[in-house]
Design a protein around this ligand. Structure first.
Ligand code: NDP
Length: 289
């Protein structure tokens, strides 16, 4: 039986749950993998990736801070990677030995939102953050045809280049306005209909880091989704803050990004092995020590 040689590259890497997740996928799919975490500094990234694949590696996940720079080491790019300019999954193409870059973060989020029963993805969405994670999820959210995706970030200057990367899709007459805008533009120029879904794509570490959101027009938000995830029995700062928001609604959903983590990993696993793994993984299985 083939043993897939896989891994995840980041700086730092010790916190990564990917080795555990992929080993669980492999065990349940009854296939053999060797999946390791690799601590790789930015100046070593290109050599590391090339050596890994030259030595027979089949696939690599790419995490912070390498999701953009890893593209320099790839030969071919999926349509989503060309759009977002970042990747989290590298694969050695068996026919040509070329390195193929793909991104599963956006689709992982969409699946995570569905699992959280957040069904209003077609309404106006507000994303907090303008870093790599925001950049990775916007295109897949656009494809769900929300009227608008507004972006708010602590450092306001970072929003403009991000917004410019994602022009309106104008897919058809039914969905002409899947636009991405700066929150300031949204407030001043758009007919404000209220946000249903607030997505946290920041790496803020404290509940008080979300105080600035009190100034944002979030009165109507009923869905709060955090890309960050917490350990079993713990709560992320965004989830704590979101739970403290009195929105006067009877139905409020607040979820962290654990399901997204599992789904983006499952999509990578499928890219490498062709197998859709069982995604029923609990926090208890991953945080067992
Ligand atoms: P980046 O470093 O690229 O961006 C960080 C973002 O967070 C920036 O917008 C930054 O704002 C903002 N930020 C950082 N600290 C604060 C603060 N104290 N207050 C307000 N804003 C702050 O990180 P990524 O975009 O790659 O990752 C963001 C988060 O998403 C991480 O926690 C990561 O773990 C999570 N993630 C989860 C995934 C999953 O599968 N569940 C997948 C991918 C990411 P500024 O520009 O002002 O510095």
């Amino acid at each position: 039986m083939k043993t897939y040689k896989l891994g995840v590259v980041g700086d730092p890497i010790s916190h990564s749950l990917s080795p555990k997740i992929h080993n669980l996928f492999a065990k349940r799919a009854n296939i053999q993998i060797e999946y390791h975490g690799y601590h790789v500094l930015p100046n070593e990234l290109d050599n590391f990736i090339r050596d890994f694949f030259d030595d027979g590696g089949d696939g690599l996940n790419i995490t912070l801070p390498h999701k953009i720079n890893c593209l320099q080491s790839a030969d071919e790019f999926s349509p989503i990677v060309k759009k977002i300019g970042a990747a989290n999954t590298l694969t050695r193409l068996t026919n040509t030995d070329k390195i193929f870059a793909d991104s599963t973060d956006g689709m992982g989020l969409i699946k995570g939102l569905r699992e959280a029963r957040i069904n209003e993805i077609m309404s106006d969405i507000l994303i907090l953050g303008a870093g790599g994670a925001a950049q990775s999820i916007i295109h897949d959210l656009q494809n769900m045809h929300p009227r608008v995706i507004a972006i708010a970030n602590r450092t306001k200057e970072k929003v403009k280049p991000l917004v410019e990367r994602f022009p309106s899709l104008d897919l058809d007459v039914l969905h002409p306005n899947t636009q991405v805008v700066d929150i300031a533009t949204y407030i001043s120029e758009w007919d404000f209909q209220g946000f249903h879904t607030l997505i946290n794509a920041t790496s803020a570490k404290e509940e008080r880091d979300f105080k600035w959101c009190d100034l944002l027009p979030i009165e109507g938000v009923t869905n709060f989704y955090d890309l960050s995830y917490s350990k079993l029995g713990k709560t992320t700062p965004f989830v704590k803050w979101a739970k403290s928001q009195d929105i006067g609604a009877t139905r409020k959903i607040v979820r962290d990004g654990f399901e997204m983590l599992i789904h983006q990993a499952a999509l990578s696993f499928e890219v490498w092995t062709g197998i859709k793994p069982d995604t029923q993984i609990t926090k208890a299985e991953l945080f067992d020590e």
